[in-house]
Design a protein around this ligand. Structure first.
Ligand SMILES: O=C[C@H](O)[C@H](O)COP(=O)(O)O
Ligand SMILES: C=C(OP(=O)(O)O)C(=O)O
Ligand SMILES: [Mn+2]
Length: 456
């Protein structure tokens, strides 16, 4: 692993690589901190804390993503819509990592490709919102913007924007990442163990339609065993951390100069993405992320024109560097077959090679009749199918899946083979922002996607 130097105060770091240009540009979705002194001291503290990831790991990820862009690997990126500080417990973190590892084994089999495992974890604490405020029973307060900004509790104190939460987010990210590293390096990721967990999924009669694929995987594992495969070498996996780079002050304070290359890396995570609401081509987010060496994602909604996509490539990946840029499309099941082909064709014709990933969640959000923000499992799967159809038709690579999911038995998305109905929301809806696939729905999606990948 490579050492990165730790700069003292970011604003005085030299050379600066234009890392503060964003401060002069239009910026949206930022907090209004209530206490200037706390704001100053929090950023000062963040700028001296150790990096959360190392530049060498970030470089490895860029290589992995480059192979996914060429159809030689597949990205699985998943986790909460919004992580919470209270939710950073051993049980919840292990359940999420476990579910991602289980999904990855199924996808590896289906795709016959390495699966790059990445959590929306260890830093996914800031949320862009459609509205600045929330009204409940006649009382209006600032909207919840993620634990890095304010609390979910609906009181004026909790909803105030408190900059010390950025430091809290750093420490929660550090402890989450530490546990993820321990699990994925310490034996928890053993292929035999993960395979054993997956047997629990098909034991449920509701999942009998997935039995034949599960049996095939079982036979493959036995075949490996019979051939004398070294299972002890399969007890560790690479696992990368990612989040939306929304609060640029936080990202800036954790950006450090790599001592090997002298180049800036945002050490808050391996991979950062820019959301649909903050990808203004002349805005602050695009400018800042264009200047760090990490692989970058951009969410593309149904309103994205091919020219928008080409302009993003020019800004974020001017050298057309393999693995640098990932487009995460979130068109909605109704739009994807109409909107995606032109986008992909124009980008492909331009000679750029980006990694195409589907986020089948954010274009399919609806309100249930009993008032919960939800998604239908069938709509989510329809968008995934549309994504594969479009890429198959064009001969391009459907390179990955980006999902909001949890390892817990929550009820937030409707449907699935063992269906969740809206009545279940009353007891088991836990998300503080968008609805997530629960453990079983996540595995079901992996089985369905594995089927699609194996038919390619
Ligand atoms: O996760 C994405 C956004 O933060 C979320 O969908 C916004 O939700 P809202 O429309 O309820 O603000
Ligand atoms: C905010 C998110 O998505 P989008 O930018 O696609 O709306 C998200 O991924 O939680
Ligand atoms: Mn979300």
């Amino acid at each position: 692993m490579t050492e990165s130097t730790v700069t003292s105060a970011p604003s005085t770091a030299a050379p600066n690589h234009g890392l503060d240009n964003w401060r002069e540009l239009a910026i949206s979705q930022q907090p209004s901190w209530q206490d200037a002194a706390v704001h100053r001291s929090s950023l000062q503290e963040l700028s001296t804390l150790p990096p959360l990831v190392f530049a060498g790991e970030v470089d490895v990820l860029r290589e992995r993503l480059a192979s996914a862009a060429q159809g030689k690997a597949f990205l699985l990126q998943g986790g909460d819509c919004a992580e919470t500080f209270d939710g950073a417990t051993a049980d919840k973190i292990s359940a999420r990592v476990k579910t991602i590892l289980q999904m990855a084994v199924v996808l590896t089999y289906g795709a016959s490709l390495p699966v790059i495992k990445m959590g929306r974890m260890a830093g996914q604490f800031a949320k862009p919102r459609s509205s600045n405020d929330e009204t409940r029973e006649g009382v209006t307060l600032p909207a919840y913007r993620g634990d890095m900004v304010n609390g979910y509790e609906f009181t004026p104190e909790s909803r105030g924007h408190d900059a010390s939460r950025m430091v809290w987010a750093y420490h929660t990210s550090a402890s989450t990442l530490n546990l993820i590293r321990a699990f994925t390096q310490g034996g928890f990721a053993d292929l035999r163990l993960v395979h054993h967990w997956n047997k629990g999924f098909t034991a449920n009669p509701a999942h009998s339609r997935y039995e034949s694929l599960a049996r095939e995987i079982d036979r493959a594992v036995r075949f490996m065993e019979a051939c004398g495969a070294d299972f002890d070498a399969l007890t560790r996996v690479e696992f990368f951390a990612s989040h939306e780079a929304l609060l640029l002050e936080y990202e800036r304070a954790l950006t450090r100069t790599d001592s090997r290359t002298g180049l800036p890396y945002d050490t808050s995570a391996h991979f950062l993405w820019i959301g649909e609401r903050t990808r203004d081509i002349d805005g602050a987010h695009i400018d800042f992320l264009s200047r760090v060496r990490n692989p970058i994602g951009v969410k593309l909604g149904p309103g994205t024109s091919p020219d928008d996509a080409l302009a993003l490539i020019d800004k974020l990946d001017p050298n057309r560097e393999p693995g640098r840029l990932t487009f995460i499309t979130r068109m909605g099941a109704k739009n994807i077959r109409e909107k995606l082909p032109n986008l992909v064709s124009r980008v492909t014709d331009s000679g750029a090679q980006v990694l195409w990933v589907t986020d089948p969640m954010h274009g399919n959000t609806v309100t249930s009749p009993n008032g919960y923000k939800t998604r239908n499992f069938d709509d989510v799967m329809d968008e995934v199918r549309g994504f594969f159809e479009v890429h198959n038709e064009l001969g391009t690579f459907p390179g990955g899946l980006h999902v909001e999911m949890t390892g817990d038995d929550v009820a937030e998305c409707l449907g699935g083979a063992d269906p969740i109905d809206q009545e279940a929301f009353l007891d088991r809806y836990e998300s503080v922002c968008d609805p997530r696939l629960n453990h079983m729905q996540s595995l079901e999606m992996a089985f369905l996607v594995a089927g699609a990948l194996s038919r390619r």
